[in-house]
Design a protein around this ligand. Structure first.
Ligand code: GLC
Length: 477
């Protein structure tokens, strides 16, 4: 498609509501072209965006846009995007004597003109990013989009091309490399995913574990005859243990909390209850009053002597959407969302993290980050893009009613406020203090959620096809 041609041709929700029309318009306006071809979308079209890199196309931001493009017969764009990102890998520079792992994909890229007026693509692997953060999740979102593309279009040839095979092998070997870990989860540094600033998430954050599982699943696209059988087997084995491990140890409900509260510590050996030596003194006061009976969620992080009791939305929702949770956990989690609606969804779904860290904790955990003051941005801000994983998760859990309620609430709001990136305050009633407007994934999230609500079967066709029942089976094993 050439630069002056429209991206969407009478899309599904054309003329249905001013908000949905505007959402398509925004995605269209954000188009990033290379060689005259549409290859991605900018994160935001706000000319006054607080950071220069919002004009970049971010891999994670493009994911919901990519799914919409698949649904609107623009699989060609998704394919170009996947291909371009893969090629950008070669641009990775050495950082003062060390090389970033070869499977790492850029957080974002931009197309610019060089001194000779020629187009060039400039990728950011963390070497330009604010705070020099390298994304771990880009390769994971890329893999999930590849999987969705192949499932939806049936274009297996693309997945089987030598370049894609090579890329998949690199990603999987990178994730499956054994370093010093003893857990089946993936160890990552702070700021290495959607929360790309210091928020005390270094270790084994739940979001990465859900994405890790989805990435391992892409091993099914590998051609075993090309010497990849060992990777396929390894990925499968890791996936099985990862899923039951997260289901078992990250889960928190009142029964589990009661057990942790009375945990013995300093236990040695194999068959012990307090595996991670969690000190009951570390349970924050808010948890016992906040957690309703019969409800539960996956804690934010887990490791030696550490349980991060905060609720992280993206990780929890992806656990359901990707079929990693058990049926009982899905019911308990949606019950939590329903009973703690004001805290978790407020006026705009959904808080990225609940509750916010304040005072000394804020100083120590965020490094006194003024963008992440309590109840703002990553630290307790409400992110409209969360509507699509929320809808996917609640559909999976059989709670369409919650999904529809959230969607109806947010549609007029986002349109009236011109698609902010995030909202502030305990209830999310304020447009984020430093939020962009014209944030593309806010619009894409709303649109994609509508497609899922009207045709839940699409979830399966786009790769969210693992059922919660299967997860229950693996928990029993
Ligand atoms: C912010 C967010 C990140 C997002 C980027 C572009 O840095 O933390 O998750 O990808 O903006 O929208």
């Amino acid at each position: 498609m050439a630069e002056n041609e429209p991206c969407f041709n009478k899309p599904r929700y054309h003329g249905v509501s001013p908000a949905l029309d505007d959402a398509y318009r925004l995605i269209e306006a954000a188009g990033v072209f290379y060689g005259g071809q549409l290859v991605g979308t900018a994160a935001s079209v706000d000319p006054k965006a607080p950071a220069e890199n919002y004009a970049d196309c971010f891999v994670r931001d493009f994911f919901p846009v990519g799914l919409i493009l698949l649904l609107e017969n623009r699989a060609d764009v998704v394919r170009s995007f996947l291909h371009l990102i893969m090629q950008l890998r070669g641009q990775q520079e050495e950082l003062e004597g060390q090389q970033i792992a070869p499977g790492v994909m850029p957080a974002s890229f931009r197309v610019q003109r060089n001194d000779h007026g020629e187009e060039e693509v400039l990728a950011d692997f963390g070497d330009r990013a604010i705070g020099r953060v390298a994304p771990v999740d880009s390769m994971m979102w890329w893999s999930m989009l590849l999987h969705a593309y192949v499932l939806y279009t049936g274009d297996l040839d693309f997945a089987r091309s030598p370049e894609i095979q090579r890329m998949l092998r690199m990603i999987l070997s990178l994730c499956l490399q054994s370093r010093f870990e003893v857990f089946p989860t993936l160890l990552v540094p702070d700021a290495s995913f959607m929360i790309d600033r210091r928020m005390g998430v270094n270790g084994h954050p739940i979001e990465i574990q859900a994405l890790f599982n989805a990435t391992l699943r892409c091993a099914s696209l590998l051609l075993p005859e090309q010497g990849s059988q060992w990777l396929v087997d390894l990925a499968q084995r890791r996936r099985n243990v990862l899923r039951s491990y997260v289901q078992q140890y990250y889960w928190l409900d009142m029964d589990v909390l009661n057990r942790i509260y009375r945990f013995e510590t300093e236990m040695l050996g194999v068959d012990i209850e307090n595996l991670f030596n969690i000190h009951p003194e570390s349970i924050p006061l808010w948890v016992q009053d906040w957690l309703p009976d019969g409800a539960g969620f996956f804690v934010g992080n887990l490791g030696p002597g550490r349980m991060d009791f905060r609720f992280f939305a993206q990780g929890n929702l992806l656990m359901l959407a990707t079929g990693m949770a058990t049926v009982a956990q899905a019911q308990a989690l949606t019950s939590l969302i329903e009973q703690r609606w004001n805290d978790l969804l407020g006026r705009v779904p959904m808080k990225l993290v609940y509750p916010a860290v304040e005072g000394d904790e804020w100083r120590l955990i965020t490094g006194s980050d003024p963008k992440n003051i309590p109840w703002s941005y990553h630290n307790g801000g409400n992110w409209p893009v969360m509507i699509w994983p929320l809808v996917a998760a609640t559909i999976k859990a059989g709670r369409m009613d919650l999904a529809e309620r959230a969607w109806q609430m947010v549609e007029p709001r986002l349109f009236a406020d011109r698609w902010p990136e995030y909202y502030d305050g305990r209830l999310g009633r304020l447009v984020g203090r430093r939020a962009n407007i014209g944030q593309v994934w806010s619009a894409a999230g709303l649109l994609l959620a509508r497609y899922f609500l009207d045709e839940p079967g699409l979830l399966e066709r786009l790769g969210f096809d693992e059922t919660l029942d299967e997860a229950t089976e693996s928990a029993k094993e």
